[in-house]
Each structure stands twice: as structure tokens, then as C-alpha cells.
Ligand binder design. Structure first.
Ligand SMILES: Cc1cc2nc3c(=O)[nH]c(=O)nc-3n(C[C@H](O)[C@H](O)[C@H](O)COP(=O)(O)O)c2cc1C
Length: 153
């Protein structure tokens, strides 16, 4: 049986949310059930109780993760995440920040791996509005995630 994926995301204006919903819709086509969680309404129990995740976040203010993620990231840093697997999607904008583009999700990725978790597939970085790429790049990334996932099931 295919596993459930917990999609945990933080979004201020709705860009990340649109991507998270699209990923969930595409997973559904592969008959993979996913649950969407807003990071600010999610605590470590969701991580502890599950094995597979997709984390999605925007970057704010010169390279910090979306602040809605802060409490969960603090808990991740205190945890043993051996046996947990995650894909990562970052949204950012080089017009705001050419150097720290999508830095926030890279920080979360690093924390997750440092705590013992394993990455599935490649980290996807989206520059600017995601709406025009929902049916192309997001579908392709989710397809790759689906293929990679199967080696850990
Ligand atoms: C005040 C402000 C600061 C930002 N800082 C960064 C940044 O440091 N790095 C980056 O890649 N994008 C930065 N961005 C771009 C956002 O991450 C991007 O617009 C993203 O799509 C927002 O997604 P959300 O509305 O779902 O949170 C910034 C945007 C604003 C308005």
C-alpha cells in the first residue's frame, strides 16, 4: 500500500498554498493520499506520527524561512528524525533577494537532515509567482517525487 504524505506549508499571500494544493491534487492522481497542514497549526506530533512529508515555504526578509514555520523548525531541531523522509519546495523572488533566494527552505532542509531525516528527490525552487507553472513544473516535480518515494516505501 502506498503511504500517506503530510504536506506542511507556510504561506503569507497564498503563493505557497497554491503550490501545496496542486501537489496534493497531483499525488491524488497517483492514488497517494496527502494531508495539507499549515505550519503554524502543526506541531511535532504530526512529524512523530508519520513517515513521509513535503515541506513547502516561502523566504522572507533577506533569507529567513516564513515565520509561520518558526515553532515547528525549533521542534525539528530538538528531535531525532531517523526514519522520516521529506521532499522540499521553496518559493522566493530574486527581485527581492538575489543572494538569499529561497534560503528559507534550504535552512529547513538542512535542519531536517541534521536531525536524521532523509531527503526525497530534489529541492524545487520557484522564482516569483507560481501560478503559470502549476500545470508544468509543479506536475513534473510531483511526478519525480512519486517515483523517488517508491524506493523508501
Ligand atoms: C518583504 C519581502 C521580503 C522577501 N524576502 C525574500 C528573500 O529574502 N528571499 C527570497 O527568495 N524571496 C523573498 N521574498 C519573496 C517571497 O518569498 C515570494 O514572493 C513568495 O512567493 C511568497 O509566498 P507566500 O506569499 O505564499 O508566502 C520576499 C518578499 C517580500 C514581500
Amino acid at each position: 500500500m502506498l503511504p500517506e504524505i503530510q504536506i506542511i506549508y507556510a504561506s503569507t499571500s497564498g503563493n505557497v498554498e497554491a503550490v501545496a494544493y496542486k501537489v496534493s491534487e497531483v499525488l491524488d492522481k497517483y492514488r497517494i493520499k496527502s494531508n495539507l497542514h499549515r505550519a503554524d497549526q502543526t506541531d511535532l506530533r504530526t512529524i512523530t506520527a508519520n513517515k513521509f512529508f513535503i515541506f513547502a515555504s516561502s523566504t522572507w526578509e533577506h533569507g529567513i524561512i516564513n515565520p509561520y514555520f518558526d515553532p515547528l523548525v525549533a521542534e525539528i531541531n530538538e528531535s531525532d528524525l531517523k526514519g522520516k523522509y521529506a521532499g522540499f519546495i521553496g518559493l522566493g523572488d530574486t527581485r527581492y533577494e538575489p543572494i538569499n533566494f529561497c534560503k528559507g527552505i534550504e535552512i529547513l532542509q538542512g535542519d531536517f537532515i541534521k536531525s536524521g531525516g532523509k531527503q526525497i528527490g530534489t529541492l524545487l525552487k520557484i522564482n516569483g509567482s507560481p501560478y503559470k507553472i502549476l500545470d508544468s513544473i509543479i506536475v513534473d516535480w510531483t511526478q519525480q517525487f512519486n517515483l523517488q518515494l517508491r524506493q523508501y516505501v
